[in-house]
Design a protein around this ligand. Structure first.
Ligand SMILES: CC(C)(COP(=O)(O)OP(=O)(O)OC[C@H]1O[C@@H](n2cnc3c(N)ncnc32)[C@H](O)[C@@H]1OP(=O)(O)O)[C@@H](O)C(=O)NCCC(=O)NCCS
Length: 141
């Protein structure tokens, strides 16, 4: 992801989440050396993105979204797979991956289970707009 991608990325973000990140939030991650930010594009159009940030020996999946018109075509799988491969090049094998997901977000939970993530906890009332519990998932690298 580059600065010039941010408008398109933010449009997908707005269409994907009830409480979307601001452009500044993406910019903050772009400037953070511990963050992996990838986009998927078709010709010049961005169709999805993924964001992972590492803190010591744990990497958190902070954000992933695919444009509504391009879902269920393997783009989310490609993005998450590519990000994990990139991560493997820079951290030890005893590294751990975590994420939070709304408990009602079945598409995302299925995607994460396909990648070997398991449920490791629940955060009560973690999300707002609307209020909902987060399922905490994790896996080794
Ligand atoms: C979650 C998301 C990124 C998946 O992207 P995608 O490109 O559609 O995913 P893929 O096509 O690679 O699908 C991978 C797997 O996810 C699961 N999945 C994806 N969409 C699904 C749906 N609508 N219903 C059920 N399972 C679904 C399936 O297991 C699928 O594998 P399959 O097609 O072999 O059955 C996309 O739905 C999205 O952008 N959602 C809105 C943003 C969001 O909720 N992000 C996650 C925040 S925690």
């Amino acid at each position: 992801m580059r600065e010039s991608d941010l408008q398109q990325v933010h449009e997908i973000e707005r269409q994907s989440f009830s409480a979307p990140w601001s452009i500044e939030a993406f910019r903050y991650e772009l400037e953070n050396k511990a963050t992996i930010l990838l986009v998927a594009s078709i010709e010049d159009g961005i169709v999805g993105y993924v964001c992972l940030r590492t803190i010591v020996d744990v990497t958190h999946l902070l954000n992933i979204a695919v444009h509504p018109s391009f879902r269920r075509k393997g783009i989310g799988t490609m993005l998450l797979g590519s990000a994990i491969e990139e991560l493997k090049g820079s951290v030890n094998r005893d590294h751990f991956l975590t994420l939070e997901v709304r408990e009602s977000n079945i598409p995302a939970i299925r995607l994460y289970k396909k990648f070997g993530f398991e449920v490791i906890g629940r955060r009560k009332g973690y999300y707002h707009s609307p209020k909902e519990d987060a399922i905490l998932m994790g896996r080794g690298l």
